[in-house]
Design a protein around this ligand. Structure first.
Ligand SMILES: NC(=O)c1ccc[n+]([C@@H]2O[C@H](COP(=O)([O-])OP(=O)(O)OC[C@H]3O[C@@H](n4cnc5c(N)ncnc54)[C@H](OP(=O)(O)O)[C@@H]3O)[C@@H](O)[C@H]2O)c1
Length: 289
């Protein structure tokens, strides 16, 4: 029997889309989850679940049984890079032959990000890899930005007039599925995945207003205001700090670069922000509260 793919972060934003994309392609994979019962109840029996906790090395052996390729994501704020290293070392010992790692655009210039160390650990392991260095996910609008959009009709991030080349996580997932199915071609390569236009959050607010039929504004707080407000709302302080830093980079123009890697890999244009808002229109309706 052929070996399979392990998809980590299956219950999350990116991992789930990777699973759907692999399902579409008819690729065999296991869905790595911390709680199999909960995942089954939520996502049904169409997936083959395997228990996996990045912070529990005792779970690695079983999760890697029959696996030769891994889609690896770093759970934000859950654990330090040492856990990724421990898992990657285990992958090497178990004969995993390729890791597709979900990284961050321009990570090579941001040693303060855990992804920087995670990439280094994967490179050092000697396992063949592909780094998908993704830009700012469009799906942030329907996840971390959603509460303010629904409650206060505003986008609340400290990015000023900086532009972002928003990428749809479904595109990232399609690229991951492509690479996982043909890893040799993409051996030890890094791809920068962005959308095909750079827009400000003012532009995004205008578009979102058009798709929701109500006025959504961009609040443009300072970094200090953002951090204070998000912390007093109860958002994890580590997340707030990283989010403030990343949006400040956006403010100073570092998030606007457009890469052609997606177009080259997939032979089609990246999803536009309009298309994303159209597809997720329901998420932004008030009755979602
Ligand atoms: N947001 C962006 O704009 C952006 C852009 C580029 C790259 N990224 C990167 O993408 C990643 C985030 O992906 P995402 O949005 O898919 O995250 P997400 O939706 O927050 O999902 C996190 C996933 O990690 C799992 N998880 C948490 N702790 C775990 C543990 N100890 N062991 C195993 N799994 C665990 C969660 O499973 P449970 O259900 O068990 O909690 C969940 O499936 C981050 O590394 C981020 O830096 C994000």
């Amino acid at each position: 029997m052929g070996k399979k793919i392990l998809v980590t972060g299956f219950t999350g934003n990116a991992g789930h889309q990777v699973a759907l994309s692999l399902l579409d392609r008819g690729s065999a994979f296991h869905a790595a989850v911390r709680n199999v019962g909960k995942a089954k109840a939520e996502y049904g029996g169409q997936f083959q679940y395997v228990p996996f906790d990045l912070m529990d090395p005792a779970s690695f052996d079983k999760a890697l049984q029959g696996i030769d390729r891994v889609f690896l994501m770093y759970p934000p704020n859950a654990c330090g890079p040492e856990w990724i290293k421990a898992f990657v070392d285990n992958c090497r010992n178990k004969g995993v032959r390729h890791i597709v790692y979900l990284s961050v655009k321009d990570v090579q210039y941001m040693p303060f990000l855990p992804h920087y160390q995670n990439e280094k650990a994967i490179q050092k392991s000697g396992i063949s890899y592909t780094f998908l260095r993704a830009g700012y996910f469009m799906q942030n609008f329907n996840l971390f930005l959603l509460d303010e959009i629904l409650k206060n009709n505003r986008i609340y991030v400290p990015a000023g007039k900086g532009k972002t080349s928003f990428v749809d996580v479904r595109d990232v997932a399609d690229a991951a599925a492509l690479v996982l199915n043909d890893p040799i071609v993409h051996r030890n390569k890094s791809y920068t995945l962005t959308g095909n236009e750079a827009l400000t959050f003012y532009d995004a607010a205008k578009l979102l207003s058009a798709y929701t039929g109500r006025e959504i504004t961009y609040a443009s707080p300072s970094s200090k205001e953002f951090q204070h407000y998000m912390r007093q709302k109860g958002t994890d302080p580590d997340f707030v700090k990283i989010a403030a830093r990343l949006h400040m980079l956006t403010k100073y123009g570092f998030a606007k670069g457009i890469a052609e890697d997606f177009q080259k890999l997939m032979n089609k244009a990246a999803t536009s922000l309009e298309q994303y808002f159209e597809d997720y229109r329901e998420d932004f309706q008030k009755d979602q509260e």
